[in-house]
Ligand binder design. Structure first.
Ligand SMILES: [Zn+2]
Length: 275
């Protein structure tokens, strides 16, 4: 009797949630909460597989899909809860209720923006020990270029010196865009195999030979960190030296927060030596 009551309750929730979820995949994907790519786990550093060579250098190998699935479920759950859907009560039950199609569409995005990543975008200086820093400024207000919000993460140079830090591609991919943007300064846009677009902005200079349309390997230097942008071509010095990293996905170029992803891969910086 008890089991029957639970079953009926479960089924009624399932039917309701399926109905409520129908047609709202796009709302989920475009919601700021989903795009913030938050990781609710303490052990989120387990998200990636990696190998370690004889020198102790660790290399990212790809995303742990089952771990990522949990993250996707929790993010969908949080979005639906925020949207006050009346039958979403429990994140564990929810996993059995969310329609497969919605889950798969959402999962493919998170997988697409994380799985191709092989290294942190800024190398570290092993000789002079100059550091970088970044915080979660996703959605913070920006005033230049009209009212808008911050769609990325700023990685700041500890010495504020333009041209000092090499910026490397986080993924294998194709150089899709290269050149000046008023907001982004000298920027590079790289499309990885799974369809994500990684946007590296405010560079001081480009790596020699870098061209639109060329294939690039993860870890290849694409330029140096700078402070270009916020004006006509060549404008520099309007703000502190930093790399603005943006991650976009899909035909609509929806932006996703790189911050938590960067935290996960922080230990996978390439080394460079500045004498
Ligand atoms: Zn920025």
């Amino acid at each position: 009797m008890m089991a029957g009551a639970v079953f009926v309750y479960f089924m009624s929730c399932y039917v309701d949630i399926a109905a409520e979820c129908r047609g709202i995949t796009e709302d989920i994907i475009k919601s700021e909460l989903f795009r913030s790519v938050d990781f609710p786990y303490d052990d989120y550093r387990m998200l990636y597989y990696y190998s370690t060579d004889e020198q102790g250098i660790r290399q990212l190998e790809g995303v742990n899909s089952s771990r990522l699935k949990g993250i996707v479920y929790d993010n969908i759950y949080n979005v639906l809860k925020q949207q006050k859907l009346k039958n979403v009560h429990c994140p564990v039950m929810f996993r059995y209720m969310v329609p497969d199609k919605i889950f798969e569409d959402c999962f493919s995005i998170y997988f697409g923006i994380t799985n191709d990543i092989r290294c942190f975008p800024v190398s570290y200086d092993s000789v002079n020990n100059v550091g970088i820093s970044y915080e979660d400024s996703w959605g913070a207000a920006r005033s230049y270029g009209g009212d808008r919000v911050h769609e990325g993460t700023d990685i700041m140079a500890g010495n504020n010196e333009r041209g000092y830090f090499p910026v490397v591609s986080m993924t294998d991919g194709k150089v899709e865009k290269l050149g000046w943007l008023e907001l982004g300064g000298y920027r590079v846009g790289i499309r990885s195999a799974s369809g994500a677009y990684y946007y590296y902005a405010h560079l001081d200079s480009y790596a020699d030979g870098l061209k639109e349309g060329m294939d690039i390997k993860a870890g290849s230097v694409i330029g140096t960190m700078g402070d270009s942008g916020y004006g006509d071509e060549g404008t520099k010095g309007k703000f502190d030296v930093h790399l603005h990293l943006g991650i976009y996905y899909g035909e609509d170029e929806i932006s996703f927060n790189p911050y938590h992803i960067l935290k996960v891969i922080d230990g996978f910086r390439m080394e460079f030596q500045k004498y």
